[in-house]
Design a protein around this ligand. Structure first.
Ligand code: G3P
Length: 218
């Protein structure tokens, strides 16, 4: 299972990379705006900066919504760095763009996926990754994790190569549940990844070991 961090914050990306378990980064226009990265040139430079910090895949999202525009943007993005994966929205022209990129050997991440039908279409179009947004489904009182299970089922039925990238992961148990369901990748905040290492019995046990060591080595 791969761990991606879902942020454009360079400090958090560095921190996740230093932990030694990071496999990549996902970004989107909202995350870029949150970091105050605006204007095409600044955004492109930021992608390169991210690629120099991490060793894995870095998703860079197109902002065009027509086929020609997405193709032009995607081809420009992949020229930036060989770690770039072109993130394409699940819309009609996006599906055409996924197929175009797939035929050219350009890796893609199909974003804004909220149904199993959309995920099936993304796989048929040759997407490298499909990004079901589980947190946003939970937000509207539906079951985000169930979507991961359903996509896993149909991808396994037909041995699709498309990797299930569980996105909009909000907390640690989302990661654990996605692992149980067989998601190939999760992308979430650093806090959710770091939450995996926490257990009160670990802290209590360590405090006791250290106290006993001190007693015996006075
Ligand atoms: O990877 C998609 C993600 O950025 C969306 O997350 O928390 O805005 O729903 P969120």
């Amino acid at each position: 299972m791969k761990f991606f961090i879902d942020t454009a914050n360079l400090d958090q990306i560095r921190e996740a990379q230093a932990l030694g378990v990071l496999d990549g980064v996902t970004t989107n226009p909202s995350l870029m705006a949150k970091e105050g990265i605006t204007g095409k040139n600044n955004i492109l430079k930021h992608y390169v900066d991210i690629c120099t910090i991490v060793e894995g895949d870095v998703s860079a999202e197109v902002v065009s919504t027509d086929f020609e525009g997405m193709v032009k943007e995607g081809e420009e993005l992949v020229e930036l760095h060989d770690q770039i994966v072109v993130k394409v929205p699940m819309i009609k022209d996006g599906v055409k763009a996924l197929k175009y990129f797939s035929d050219k050997g350009i890796r893609t991440n199909c974003t804004l996926v909220f149904s199993v039908g959309q995920a099936l279409l993304a796989a048929k179009a040759g997407a490298t990754y499909v990004s079901p947004f589980i947190g946003r489904l939970d937000d509207i009182s539906t079951d985000g994790l169930n979507l991961i299970a359903e996509i896993r089922h149909i991808y396994d039925n037909y041995a699709f190569d498309t990797q299930i990238l569980a996105a909009s992961v909000r907390h640690t148990m989302h990661i654990v549940d996605c692992a149980k369901l067989g998601a190939d990748v999760i992308t979430g905040p650093l806090s959710a990844i770091e939450g995996l290492l926490k257990h009160p019995l670990t802290d209590i046990g360590l405090a006791k070991f250290l106290a006993d060591y001190q007693k015996g080595n006075k």
